[in-house]
Design a binder for this molecule. Structure first.
Ligand SMILES: [Ca+2]
Ligand SMILES: [Ca+2]
Ligand SMILES: [Ca+2]
Length: 509
């Protein structure tokens, strides 16, 4: 059987199985609202009236806040296309576990716009609310603010919330102004947000959390920020930033911990137990391009940065700092127990100052470094990092072999030294594109997918083009084509086609 005949067989088989082989088994990010549908609809439109409207499609209300005030469990407030003035307060909007309240556009483009005001929208003590499909821009203070109404000791005050498909941009510009400000919010998910240009003067966040617990921020993009993309402080705990992309996110792309006034902590500070700015904050499966420091552990306890692809940080790879110290009768734990694992750090040595910036009152000796890949693009011989503790399993000075780094395309080629070099288990929520991590996992934000021969991304990883690619690799004698990893000659034979078909049908990784 000649090689061209093999190609015909493989393409025919590819056509038959490609529909089932999307290979994104870790794509789903569950929320409490999954599978629930509204039982009542109220409409809002720019030409509506709060005085004479009825909330019907033909006679809508004028403002989101007015309609939200009338919403009962199971209600969907549909915000019609157009522009609304910022400044609306939504007080005590409360759905239930089986009948939440949805507020936002209907999902068609363009999304409704909330423009201007001190804050675009402010939710106080919401429960079981889905806020979705909104563009918020031009607020002078924060884009969207959500809090517990000052009930700092009440973990139920603002709880069970979904924020999805929010486009928040051009907020503030002079200092500490945030895109999405969450204070005392528990059990929440932020999905598919796009946040850019918030704050100024090296301050302000894309998402700023104070005293928040059990949150997931996923599949979101952050760009052109001044302070950071994401900050979690003031007693925040169990927050995962997953599958995000941060591009030039300012001083600290992710600030795990920070500096919080004592009166703002949730729960309130304890005089009998040690306190912390943040604990168990995790940054995983994300791409972080630029920023002064991609990751900062600031009074953060047991925080994790794992399986990220970090590209050209400008000053440090990470910072370990303490900005809140024991005082006033309150004990604070030092930045300690941090982990930095399975990350690709692809940098310009000339652009870095030191690898790790360690400040006073921290416990850098308790940090763990494992299986990271360090590559100085401008000077591979200067790739070796200086770390507070010795790294195990690290890879130094080898090009990670991205599909196309120049165009921001960080999938791994087969030749990549990162392909199987991580320490398991990889993040359970999957890689940047929803592919489950293999065992052992790849290093970086992208799990290598063998059957994706042509390293396409997007909705469909695996297609007939991968068979064409495989055939070309086979004909060229590439060791990639040795799918079954046989060792006796001839290394490449028909069994490798059989193997590839099987791998393709199984999907990624
Ligand atoms: Ca802030
Ligand atoms: Ca492909
Ligand atoms: Ca073989």
């Amino acid at each position: 059987m000649g090689r061209s005949a093999l190609a015909c067989v493989s393409v025919a088989l590819a056509t038959s199985v490609s529909g089932a082989a999307r290979g994104q088994a870790c794509e789903a990010i569950p929320t409490f609202a999954d599978g629930l549908t509204p039982t009542r609809v109220l409409h809002v439109a720019p030409g509506g009236s709060n005085a004479t409207g009825t909330g019907s499609a033909s006679n809508p209300y004028a403002t989101i806040a007015f309609a939200a005030g009338l919403a009962t469990p199971g209600t969907r407030v549909v915000v019609g296309a157009g522009t609304y003035a910022g400044g609306g307060f939504l007080n005590d909007v409360r759905g239930t576990a089986t009948a939440p309240i949805w507020i936002g556009g209907d999902g068609t483009m363009p999304m409704p716009v909330i423009e201007g005001g001190s804050e675009g929208l402010h939710l106080v003590r919401p429960r079981y609310v889905v806020l979705e499909n909104l563009e918020v821009r031009g607020a002078s203070s924060n884009g969207i603010n959500c809090d517990d109404g000052g009930e700092h000791a009440n973990p139920d005050a603002a709880r069970f919330l979904v924020f999805r498909r929010l486009w928040i941009h051009d907020i503030g510009g002079t200092g500490n102004q945030d895109g999405l400000k969450l204070s005392g919010v528990n059990d929440f998910v932020v999905l598919d947000a796009a946040i850019s240009r918030c704050g100024g003067a090296n301050s302000g966040s894309g998402i700023d959390m104070v005293g928040c617990h059990r949150g997931v921020i996923a599949r979101s993009t952050f760009s052109e920020l001044s302070g950071n993309a994401v900050q979690a402080k003031g007693g925040s705990e169990d927050i995962e930033v997953r599958r995000c992309t941060m591009t030039e996110a300012g001083q600290r792309a992710v600030n795990m911990g920070g500096s919080t006034g004592f009166e703002f902590f949730r729960p309130p500070l304890s005089i009998s137990q040690p306190n912390f700015e943040a604990r168990n904050i995790r940054v995983v499966s994300s791409v972080i391009v630029g920023s002064e420091a991609p990751a900062a552990y600031v009074g953060c306890v047991d925080c994790v940065v794992a399986n990220n692809t970090i590209i050209t940080p400008h000053s440090w790879v990470m910072r370990i700092l303490q900005e809140t110290v024991t005082s006033g009768g309150y004990t604070f734990l030092p930045a300690s127990g941090g982990r930095f694992v399975n990350n690709i750090v692809y940098f310009d040595r000339a652009d870095l100052s030191t690898f790790v910036n360690v400040g006073a009152n921290t416990s850098p000796q308790t940090f763990v470094f494992q299986n990271n890949l360090w590559y100085a693009r401008d000077n591979p011989g200067a790739s070796t990092p200086t770390l507070p503790t010795p790294e195990t399993g690290g890879i130094v000075g080898l090009d990670p072999r991205f599909a196309d780094a120049q165009f921001g395309y960080y999938l791994l080629r087969w030749e990549s030294p990162a392909r199987r070099a991580g320490v398991g288990p990889g993040p359970s929520g999957g890689d940047r594109n929803g592919i489950c991590y293999a065992s052992p996992p790849s290093i970086g934000a992208h799990q290598f997918c063998y059957a994706n021969c042509d390293t396409t991304a997007g909705l469909i990883y695996l297609a007939v083009s991968d068979f064409v690619c495989f055939n070309n690799q086979f004909v060229a004698g590439s060791l990639y084509a040795n799918c079954d990893e046989s060792t006796s000659p001839p290394v490449l034979n028909i069994l490798d086609f059989v193997c590839f078909i099987e791998r393709f049908a199984r999907g990624c990784p």
